[in-house]
Design a protein around this ligand. Structure first.
Ligand SMILES: [Zn+2]
Ligand SMILES: [Zn+2]
Ligand SMILES: [Zn+2]
Ligand SMILES: [Zn+2]
Ligand SMILES: [Zn+2]
Ligand SMILES: [Zn+2]
Length: 241
């Protein structure tokens, strides 16, 4: 069985990683785990985690409800890298972006669960996309790795209990990723049992003008325009002064 991925010109085969093999994922730049399935193009040494290869072209993410985030195979910035809004680290491969608002997320960061439990803390931790209230001023440190929490823009996992100031880096809280988390608008709805009405009622035809698709087009056009502008400015001697 062969697969096609928009970021690669050749067909990909699915492959199970064996003990001792090391394949860096082209999508997220981390290694593929033993016994996990990956997509591979052997002639190019191109590999993708299953979840990176299956990541949808756009995502409705609760951290940015204004616009859908679009999966870009490589950063469109001059530097060739983006700074992830979630973890504050740079990325130079796949990213979920909103070009209109200059939001960039690693695939793995975009797929972080909203709620986790961690063995080092007795309460549930909830993802926080903004600076926690009442924590301006004094620098704050991650309760797991003891390093500084990073810029205000970056995400964290915070304890859900009132008055408990347990706060950690997203990457310290969990390494879980799951494509399903943000793909439906409301995952809770999926659990609702289907009623018998669906048996007789014909399924409605998909709406022709999809506002999301239109926005997607608009953003892609903007990205293309940005790339073009960057290209032009790199040929402009005035930009070197
Ligand atoms: Zn990956
Ligand atoms: Zn290839
Ligand atoms: Zn990140
Ligand atoms: Zn936006
Ligand atoms: Zn940490
Ligand atoms: Zn707590």
């Amino acid at each position: 069985m062969e697969y096609k991925h928009f970021s690669h010109p050749h067909n990909l085969n699915i492959f199970k990683v064996q003990q001792g093999q090391q394949f860096p994922c082209h999508g997220c730049q981390s290694l593929c785990q033993t016994d996990s399935n990956i997509y591979a193009c052997w002639s190019c040494s191109f590999f993708l985690h299953e979840h990176c290869g299956n990541a949808t072209r756009y995502l409705h993410h609760p951290s940015h409800s204004l616009h859908p985030l679009i999966l870009i195979p490589s950063p469109t910035y001059c530097s060739g890298a983006f700074v992830c809004n979630a973890c504050g680290n740079t990325g130079s491969s796949f990213g979920y972006c909103c070009a209109l608002c200059e939001i960039d997320l690693h695939v793995n960061c975009a797929l972080l669960p909203t709620k986790i439990t961690h063995k080092s803390h007795q309460h549930d931790l909830k993802i926080n996309f903004r600076e926690a209230d009442g924590q301006k001023g004094s620098p704050e440190f991650c309760k797991i790795c003891s390093k500084a929490m990073g810029s205000k823009k970056n995400w964290s996992y915070c304890c859900v209990e009132n008055g408990c100031d347990f706060r950690v880096h997203p990457g310290c809280g969990t390494t879980q990723v799951n494509l399903g988390w943000y793909q439906g608008m409301d995952p809770e709805d999926d659990k609702a049992p289907r009623t018998s009405e669906t048996q007789t009622a014909p399924s409605p035809a998909p709406a022709k003008s999809d506002p999301v698709a239109e926005l997607l087009d608009l953003q892609l056009q903007m990205q293309m325009a940005q790339q073009f502008a960057q290209l032009m400015s790199s040929f402009n001697p005035a930009s070197l002064v």
